[in-house]
Design a protein. Structure first.
Length: 510
């Protein structure tokens, strides 16, 4: 059968693209005037299944085609998108999840109760769209599966968006039944394979954002506050990215003339305290935060060494940044040596010191009579490190850790829940006696003054006195910060470090 009537209208119907003239012609039942025209092989192949279904009745075949087109929601206002434009649109939404309302309208949420029905629905859906996409679902059970494998074949742009849609559907709708986490996504020459396994809600949603929603949060944030983000982007562009964006607490410390002691942004990204972040992750987060905030121009990681490039001219600023970085890494539990050049700061990990620090700190207990011996042994160890640049920064870090450890042990042994100047004085009198330090203490209201008359550590001729003083003073600061936090103010009136014959410290609780 190679010739039929009204070739143009048949082609419109078989391609499911009704134009206004054809639709009006059908609705008004205009009398058909028979004309003999030819139809090419492509159109014949499209009509053939309907003709065979109706046993050669061509009129019935055309009615079936029209009915099916109506059921699939094809209307006269459907438009065809030029292929290059369509590919561009798909590329622009890469990394953005479709809204839940659209997902629900596209695929019935109840189909999650039967993956067999879901698979059939997906095949029918993309066949109707004529995307030339092949979707295959494999699973261990039809209902509440623990393992699902998605295979999608077709052109790159289409299979990628389909993989995102199907994965989003499974993660979203299985969330309150048996959450499915995306474990892997592999893209081969003509096929994307997505593997999902039973998990928990948090990991399921995280995996969806990791594999398919990398830009979703960004786009939502911009849409929610377009004026703000437009202004921020404009300023960065106008300044050629020479703006610095830091947390308010960090900025406050800088204005107050303090060395920032932590980085709240890193903790927020890691979703855990600084002390619990592994060193590898810590270095990666530090690079990310300091580069994107533009505090440093570039940060390079060479194993456990950090090289931070900058364009600052004021040495006071550079020294402050150096001290901040050393303190930050020490809070993470690692001691670093710092070197400064005209345009970079180089931080080198000292695991040898860190190993000894951990050993000493773990042995520091108030009830242990070997505390002073352990400290002396450590001082002898430090004696061989005198020539290391900025060794006092490592001693500062060590001192802070020793002070905190001493106070924590004292709390446990004496059942202290709230620190006052009185019990703080008693604690340090006990500690000083074990360190062979002779001191006088005086408490008046919210003020405490103590004076060190004699320090066996400093008077030991075999040790380098300045570094020992740094260690002891920083131990006191560490203990003070543990007990009172930012409520304590400290002023050193005299110090052995400055050549005085005694140390005198004033402490005030705000």
């Amino acid at each position: 059968m190679k010739s039929v009537n009204y070739k143009s209208i048949v082609r419109v119907i078989t391609n499911k693209q009704f134009h206004n003239g054809a639709k009006r012609w059908i609705n008004l039942n205009i009398m058909i005037t028979t004309r003999h025209i030819s139809l090419d092989d492509e159109c014949v192949e499209k009509i053939k299944p309907y003709v065979e279904k109706n046993k050669g009745n061509f009129s019935a075949a055309i009615r079936d085609i029209i009915d099916e087109a109506g059921k699939s929601g094809i209307h006269e206002n459907v438009s065809v998108i030029e292929i290059s434009l369509f590919k561009w649109m798909l590329g622009e939404i890469d990394g953005i999840l479709i809204p839940d309302t659209i997902l629900d309208a596209m695929i019935d949420p109840l189909l999650i109760n039967s993956l067999t029905k879901l698979k059939k629905n997906l095949v029918d859906k993309f066949n109707e769209l004529e995307w030339e996409i092949d979707v295959t679902l494999s699973y261990d059970t039809d209902v509440n599966p623990a393992n699902v494998l998605i295979e999608i074949r077709g052109s790159y742009e289409k299979r990628k968006i389909v993989a995102s849609i199907v994965s989003q559907y499974l993660v979203k709708n299985a969330m309150n039944i048996k959450p499915l986490e995306i474990k892997s996504v592999s893209d081969h020459n003509d096929c994307i394979i997505v593997e999902l396994k039973k998990s928990n809600k948090e990991d399921s949603m995280r995996s969806l954002m990791t594999f398919f929603g990398s830009r979703d949060e960004i786009m939502k944030a911009i849409k929610e506050r377009p004026v703000f983000w437009k202004a921020i982007i404009k300023r960065h562009l106008l300044s050629n990215y020479n703006m610095v964006t830091v947390h308010r607490n960090y900025f406050e410390d800088l204005l107050a003339g303090n060395v920032p002691m932590g980085e709240i942004t890193i903790e927020t990204l890691a979703k855990k305290p600084i002390q619990e972040i592994p060193l590898g992750m810590m270095l990666s987060l530090l690079k990310e935060v300091y580069e994107t905030s533009r505090v440093f121009d570039r940060v390079e990681i060479d194993r456990e060494t950090l090289i931070l490039f900058h364009s600052y001219r004021n040495m006071v600023v550079i020294e402050t940044l150096k001290k901040s970085l050393v303190s930050l890494l020490e809070t993470n539990g690692h001691l670093y040596d710092a070197k400064v050049t005209s345009n970079m700061i180089v931080l080198t990990h000292r695991p040898d010191i860190n190993t000894k620090v951990n050993e000493i700190v773990s042995n520091l207990k108030i009830s242990n009579s070997r505390v002073d011996q352990e400290l002396i042994m450590f001082m002898a160890f430090l004696k061989g490190l005198k020539d290391i640049p900025d060794i006092h920064l490592s001693l500062k870090a060590l001192g802070g850790r020793i002070g905190r450890s001493l106070m924590q042990e004292y709390e446990k042994e004496n059942g202290i829940k709230n620190w006052t100047l009185e019990n703080f004085q008693k604690a340090f009198e006990t500690i000083h006696s074990k360190l062979r330090i002779e001191s006088d203490w005086k408490v008046e209201g919210k003020n405490l003054t103590y004076k060190v008359r004699k320090c066996a550590m400093v008077e030991d001729g075999d040790l380098f006195e300045t570094e020992v003083c740094h260690l002891i003073q920083e131990s006191f600061r560490g203990a003070l910060n543990h007990a009172f936090g930012n409520k304590a103010g400290l002023h050193i009136n005299k110090s052995f470090i400055n050549g005085d014959k005694s140390c005198e410290v004033e402490l005030q609780i705000l």
